[in-house]
Each structure stands twice: as structure tokens, then as C-alpha cells.
Design a protein around this ligand. Structure first.
Ligand SMILES: [Fe+2]
Length: 258
């Protein structure tokens, strides 16, 4: 069994005084990561919005925290990220697209449209995925991306869904090795299936969005992360863990953010 922890949407600010809807996102990221540490995962997957504002200060803090972990970590960009700024803060280490874990392959996709909250893979990313899947001899594949490829019953977020999700799933359907798809962005837990393929999102390490909401609304639920256990027989166990953080100071009536 290979144990992975997915962490998403920490929205780390450029400076320590940054607050998102009243929340100190550096503090909540730190608290969540301390609980993640006790899970003793083999790999950490960070599925985007690592920064709140594309800034180098945010990435420097992010990677400083990640360097306190012995385990390798891998990240994908979200709509609040800038790949070049993250790569430079990572000492030039490039955004890695695949991770070989023996029988399991993890493919990391970029679903970001520059200067937009909406998701789209585009022909280049879909071609990359097709090439990886065609060349892979792995029994099992997991795909990670930032945006949701299916509607999640939040009208305002569903407009941001991966625009070319139909093409994405046509591709996925050609490769039975694809066992699961994991994403961030929606700041809430979501669990579903596409045929035999597991579909899961993950809570943010900071603010949560209200489930089943037509308009932007915050939820008072605690931050969290997702544990993903890859079994030798090709099956997956996965579940969300919440992290109770006292006095987060969330402005629950906040009507949105940039
Ligand atoms: Fe986010």
C-alpha cells in the first residue's frame, strides 16, 4: 500500500499579515500540515492555489514549510498560482507532470486559464495526457488537476468547471488503467464516480465554500486534507480528515474575494 496525502488551496499570502475572509492562511496551512505530518504519508500532493496572489513571498513560505517534510511533495498550479514564480521559489525545480510509483502512475495536469477562475485543459494538456496514457505500462493511473471536471451542485462554481470535460472523459474512458481523479479549487469535499473511475475533491487548508449553494457563500466547517491509500490490488481507499483550528476568525458573511 502507498499512502498519499492530498493538500489543497492554502492561499498563502505574500506577507504574514495577509488574511482571506479574516483567516490567517499561513496559520491554518501550518496547523493542517502538522496534522498531515502525523499521517506519515509517503508522498504529498498539493493540488493548487498554493499562493493567494502569485507572489514570490507566498511561494518562499510554501516551500519553506514543505522542506520541513522528509517526504517528496508535488504540486500543480491553481488559478491563483503562477508556475514560473513557483518554479523559481523552488530553486528552479520545474513543475513535474508525472510521478512513477511502481504499479501506480500519477499524472498532474494544468487546468488553469490565465487571469480566469475558470478551468480548461486545452488541446496541449489533453495531448500530453493522451501521450502519457498511451506510453504508460502502469497497471493503475491517477490524474490530479486543480479544477473540477464535473458539476458539484454549486451554481457559481459549476460555471468554473473544466470547460472541455467531455473531451477529457472521452480520453479517460479509453484507458481502463485510470482509477481515480482528484482535484482542489472547490474548497469542499465532493465524492462521486464516472463509471468505475473515482472522483474526489478535497477541503482547503483555509476557508471552506458552502456545499449545494447557488451563490458564493462560506461554510464554517473546519479545514482539512485527504488521505489516499493505493492498494496493491489496484483499489483505492480515500477519506477526508478535518483539522479543528480554534479562533480562525472567519468572516462568514464575506461575499467573495479576488
Ligand atoms: Fe482556491
Amino acid at each position: 500500500m502507498i499512502k498519499i496525502v492530498q493538500v489543497t488551496d492554502p492561499h498563502i499570502g505574500a506577507t504574514a499579515d495577509y488574511r482571506l475572509a479574516g483567516v490567517d492562511t499561513r496559520r491554518t496551512f501550518h496547523e493542517v500540515m502538522e496534522q498531515v505530518r502525523t499521517e506519515e504519508p509517503e508522498v504529498l500532493l498539493m493540488t493548487g492555489d498554493n499562493a493567494a496572489d502569485y507572489s514570490e513571498g507566498a511561494y518562499e513560505h510554501f516551500f519553506a514549510v514543505m522542506q520541513t517534510f522528509e517526504q517528496p511533495h508535488y504540486w500543480i498550479p491553481g488559478n491563483h498560482d503562477k508556475v514560473s514564480a513557483a518554479e523559481s521559489a523552488a530553486g528552479g525545480k520545474p513543475f513535474q507532470r508525472t510521478l512513477d510509483l511502481g504499479d501506480w502512475l500519477i499524472v498532474m495536469l494544468d487546468s488553469v486559464i490565465p487571469r480566469s477562475p475558470n478551468g480548461e485543459l486545452g488541446s496541449e494538456e489533453l495531448n500530453t495526457l493522451e501521450n502519457v496514457l498511451e506510453q504508460s505500462e502502469h497497471s493503475n493511473v491517477i490524474i490530479c488537476l486543480h479544477h473540477h471536471p464535473v458539476n458539484i451542485n454549486c451554481t457559481w462554481l459549476d460555471t468554473q468547471r473544466v470547460a472541455d470535460a467531455d473531451e477529457f472523459f472521452e480520453l479517460v474512458d479509453r484507458f481502463p488503467s485510470v482509477k481515480a481523479i482528484f482535484w482542489g479549487h472547490i474548497h469542499q469535499e465532493f465524492n462521486s464516480r464516472h463509471g468505475e473511475v473515482l472522483l474526489h475533491s478535497c477541503p482547503s487548508t483555509c476557508i471552506q465554500f458552502l456545499t449545494d449553494s447557488d451563490e458564493f457563500a462560506l461554510d464554517s466547517r473546519s479545514p482539512g486534507y485527504r488521505v489516499i491509500e493505493l492498494n496493491d490490488d489496484g483499489s483505492i481507499n480515500t477519506y477526508v480528515r478535518r483539522v479543528e483550528i480554534p479562533d480562525m476568525g472567519i468572516d462568514i458573511g464575506c461575499l467573495g474575494y479576488e
